[in-house]
Design a protein around this ligand. Structure first.
Ligand SMILES: Nc1ncnc2c1ncn2[C@@H]1O[C@H](COP(=O)(O)OP(=O)(O)OP(=O)(O)O)[C@@H](O)[C@H]1O
Ligand SMILES: [Mg+2]
Length: 453
């Protein structure tokens, strides 16, 4: 690699050093040094040939219209806010094997019918990409493939295209830095370079980004700042359903989510996702409860399943998929302390169906109901849905979008919904269509679901 003028900068305090340091001598933090290129000396104001920039009153600002192009995938278009904006940078992050390359290969092949499209594959060889295209039945002979990890080496090909897919940002490197590909400095430098190309030449970029063990995008946060749109691909690797969520969008709402199905022929948007997250055993087996979950702009009925088994060791096990682990532990404690359930000697396993992640507190009450159902061995009626946030004192708090949630329950044919008392007024218009059971405490919910014989 060519030597260039670089320095190491502490990400916390900005301390610079010519060599990498484990601990910052200035602020004392560990492992915060990242390599950066040294910026050239700023040009003196007098020597500048350009005129000083002038501010414009708001009334005189001209409208800029964004030209949008369809990606060929209606669900993706919705998540992008109505299509791909020319000259924008879109980052697609997700777990390994979730289908990032598959989705972007399909998009690239669709765009290649009318535009010059380059697929810069730094992770896979051209023949691997071709094999995938054949498997997916994509016939776009004009799609350009390039297997290159050096950004400077790929620059010419990039500049000749209208749309570029970079797979992935962690696998490419620039000669400006001597650190290896995937390091914080390299990711940031490569992303800034791509941004400069995108903005100066109007080239649209789709950039694949890997995620860390914690589920955030690998690389510096600044990577997300540089991008116009940041999308996350979620879903368990073994499940066929994936959810694409916008976490940042300069050209649209971040409320949108797309539901996709992974098949042997590729990844496709699902228009009818309503019963994806429900099982047939609902209402028959104990421990399963349905909750209307607000994911992005869509409300989905999701089944929460729990299983309890007598613990074989001194310390009971708790395992949670789809619901945050700490949340489960808190709710178990609330049930034990406020409702007198004996869960101390039980191993508890919890799963949200279909590999969906329930990040909102409105699922709390359904988790409590599922746990109580599993503990008693009594199934919850299959036409009953439950939602509400649970506090540490055992009270049930109101949640947002209550109306929308109840509406979804009605639409899906549920007959009864247990909801926070605070949300009752907003949902009164549904009275003739569904039985509304307001609850203020977890104990009330238990009485409503499991009436004493
Ligand atoms: N022959 C096949 N038939 C059906 N599905 C396949 C086949 N080959 C791969 N897949 C599916 O494609 C998925 C891999 O997709 P893809 O390569 O797009 O993932 P990725 O997100 O790009 O992963 P990585 O981060 O490793 O690059 C696999 O998990 C698998 O489900
Ligand atoms: Mg890939």
């Amino acid at each position: 690699m060519a030597k260039s003028n670089t320095q190491f900068v502490c990400a916390q305090c900005g301390y610079t050093s010519p060599k990498w340091l484990g601990r910052c001598p200035d602020c004392g933090t560990f492992n915060t040094f990242a390599e950066e290129t040294v910026a050239p000396e700023p040009v003196k104001a007098k020597a500048r040939a350009v005129l000083p920039s002038r501010a414009v009153p708001l009334s005189q600002v001209k409208y800029e219209t964004y030209e949008r192009v369809s990606s060929g995938n209606p669900e993706l278009d919705v998540v992008l806010g109505g299509g791909i904006v020319r000259g924008s940078l879109v980052l697609v992050g997700g777990d390994p094997g979730v289908g990032k390359s598959t989705l972007l290969t399909q998009v690239a092949a669709h765009l290649a019918r009318e535009h010059r499209v380059l697929y810069l594959s730094a992770e896979e060889s051209c023949s691997q990409v071709k094999l995938r295209c054949e498997r997916l039945g994509l016939r776009s002979d004009s799609l350009l493939l390039l297997n290159e990890t050096n950004l400077e080496g790929a620059e010419e090909a990039i500049c000749g295209a209208e749309y570029v897919v970079v797979d992935s940002i962690q696998a490419i490197y620039t000669d400006a830095l001597s650190s290896s590909a995937g390091s914080v400095g390299q990711v940031r430098e490569c992303a800034s370079k791509l941004m400069r190309i995108a903005k100066s030449r109007g080239i649209t970029f789709f950039i694949v980004g890997h995620v860390t063990k914690e589920g955030t995008l690998a690389g510096p946060k600044v990577l997300e700042h540089i991008m116009d749109t940041v999308l996350y691909f979620e879903g368990e690797r073994t499940e066929n359903f994936k959810i694409l969520r916008a976490v940042k969008n300069r050209f649209g709402s971040v409320q949108e989510v797309g539901v996709f199905e992974m098949t042997g022929e590729g990844i496709f948007g699902l228009a009818d996702y309503s019963s994806l997250f429900l099982s047939d055993s609902r209402g028959v087996a104990a421990g399963a409860v349905v909750t209307p979950s607000e994911t992005g702009n869509r409300c989905m009925m999701v089944e929460i399943q729990t299983l309890m088994a007598k613990t074989a060791y001194g310390l009971p096990r708790r395992m949670s998929l789809g619901v945050e682990f700490n949340r489960l532990v808190v709710l178990v404690a609330v049930l034990e302390k406020r409702c007198g359930l004996a869960l101390g000697g039980q191993d508890i396993y919890l799963n949200a169906m279909g590999g969906i992640r329930l990040n909102e507190p409105s699922a709390d009450l359904a988790v409590c109901a599922a746990l109580a159902s599993a503990e008693r061995g009594v199934p919850v009626d299959r036409d009953t849905a439950v939602f509400g946030e649970v506090g540490l004192t055992g009270e049930v708090r109101g949640v947002s979008y209550a109306e929308k949630r109840v509406n979804e329950c009605v639409k899906m044919g549920f007959k009864r919904v247990l909801l926070p008392s605070k949300n009752l007024r907003a949902c009164e218009k549904f009275k003739g269509k569904i039985e509304l059971v307001p609850v203020s405490y977890v104990m009330q919910m238990l009485k409503a679901l499991f009436p004493p014989a």
